[in-house]
Design a binder for this molecule. Structure first.
Ligand code: GLU
Length: 423
């Protein structure tokens, strides 16, 4: 029976993830029981804990870690600190990690976690206490062979350093491989901080080639100025010679038809806290940025940005989803009907977890690779994954996102089938 989009509430991340899985399952001969296993996820851990604030008050926080699957290896995925984070979101994001790791063909399952909090309201000391206590709470279920957290929204290398230290205290010896995305001085990998962006740029390069768009000066608009957005813009310019005409942060965006001076935008952001107001640029809203006439649009912020209500106005030839779930499934269908080439999140931003994998391997082997080596290996994995997804999509006469899900789901389903049901 054909999937009925109306039965899903696409403003909910959980429904978007489930809908994509169900659309892929239409092409796969999965028995109902196996489909239920893949839908359900394996483990969910919720913790409530107090943190002492700087003024001496105690405040309760809620943390999550969901291990969606461990069938292909240890669970893997980021930790997000976000004001509205809840179990449903974490569940959906953990499932995305399962499919992403499988699409990239990494020997990992999928996980996600985090804390419901607003990092902008917390001091560095409060953040450290929160992170250390969260680590202590989830220590029983994480570990280099069990579940390996990494940065995500509003967490970074420093957060990973605190987790690594706390976990190591708990064990009595240093365990670098318990997290990835650490500072390089603590066993982090070269190139990890720019890996999501670099991988996305490799995918854009392949898309440009597949679409025969090598000729001409192409323009790019990037939504987001976090760990990913700025680097996508910088690397798209540096590696592909594309012209970045717009970029934004939560306060709004900047636009210049002749191209932005990214150093200037970065300087302005560091000085004032926002990209808006950078000299020589026009101010635009985040919504306007998405609708600009450009060759490449990169949503690199948060989920649910391209929806049924604005998909008709997207004016790009390629949409590269550097963020997780920026496009709803219905919007994806509209973009497809309008012949816009969407590189789906579980492929476009797979570079981050791929270099996390490299970091984990280096930690395990206690042998470190050069940045050139990292980028060469990342390029080869991204390029392979891109063409496998494209081929799967073509074989199934489906759009790229469904192709990516088919590929990922098939790999996880096969692993589960081979392992069998216990007992
Ligand atoms: N948070 C990133 C993602 O969503 C990276 C996860 C990782 O490196 O484990 O893909």
């Amino acid at each position: 029976m054909a999937v009925d989009y109306k039965l899903y509430d696409e403003s909910r991340l959980a429904d978007v993830a489930r809908l994509n899985l169900d659309l892929a399952a239409e092409h796969l001969d999965l028995e109902e029981g196996l489909r239920d296993i893949l839908r359900s996820g394996q483990r969910e851990f919720i913790v409530h804990f107090p943190v002492e604030m700087d003024d001496g008050r105690l405040k309760m926080f809620t943390g999550y870690r969901v291990q969606h699957s461990l069938y292909r290896g240890p669970a893997k995925g980021g930790l997000r600190y976000y004001p509205t984070l809840d179990l449903e979101d974490v569940r959906a994001l953990a499932a995305l990690m399962t499919w992403k790791c499988a699409v990239m063909n990494l020997p990992f399952g999928g996980a996600k976690g985090g804390v419901q909090c607003d990092t902008k309201q917390l001091s560095q000391e409060e953040l450290e206490r929160l992170t250390r206590r969260l680590t202590w709470e989830i220590a029983p279920i994480i570990g280099p062979n069990a579940d390996i957290p990494a940065p995500d929204l509003y967490t970074d290398a420093q957060t990973m350093a605190w987790i690594m230290d706390t976990y190591s205290m708990f064990k009595g010896y240093t365990v670098p491989g318990v997290v990835t995305g650490k500072p390089v001085e603590l066993g982090g990998s070269l190139g990890r901080d720019t890996a999501t962006a670099q991988g996305c740029v490799y995918a854009i390069r392949e898309a440009i080639e597949v679409l025969g768009m090598q000729e001409g000066a192409h323009t790019v608009a990037v939504q987001g100025f976090g760990k990913v957005g700025y680097h996508v813009a910088r690397l798209a310019q540096k590696c592909l010679g594309l012209k970045v005409v717009a970029i934004s942060d939560t306060g709004g965006g900047v636009y210049n038809r002749s191209g932005l001076d990214l150093e200037l935008v970065l300087g302005h952001k560091l000085e004032t806290g926002s990209v808006t107001g950078t000299p020589g640029t026009d101010r635009i809203t985040n919504e306007e940025l998405l609708e600009l006439p450009v060759e490449v649009l990169v949503p690199a912020a948060i989920e649910n940005q391209i929806r049924a209500d604005n998909a008709e106005r997207i004016n790009a030839r390629i949409v590269a989803e550097a963020a997780n779930a920026p496009t709803t499934a219905t919007a994806g269908k509209i973009l497809d009907e309008r012949d816009i080439f969407v590189i789906p999140d579980i492929l476009a931003n797979g570079g981050g977890v791929t270099v996390s994998y490299f970091e984990w391997v280096q930690n395990t082997q206690k042998l470190f690779w050069s940045e050139d080596d990292i980028n060469r290996r990342l390029d080869s994995i991204m390029t392979r994954a891109f063409h496998e997804v494209l081929q799967t999509a073509r074989q199934n006469k489906a759009r790229l996102r469904i192709g990516a899900y088919i590929l990922g789901v098939q790999r996880v389903a096969r692993a589960k089938q081979l392992r069998g049901i216990f007992p």
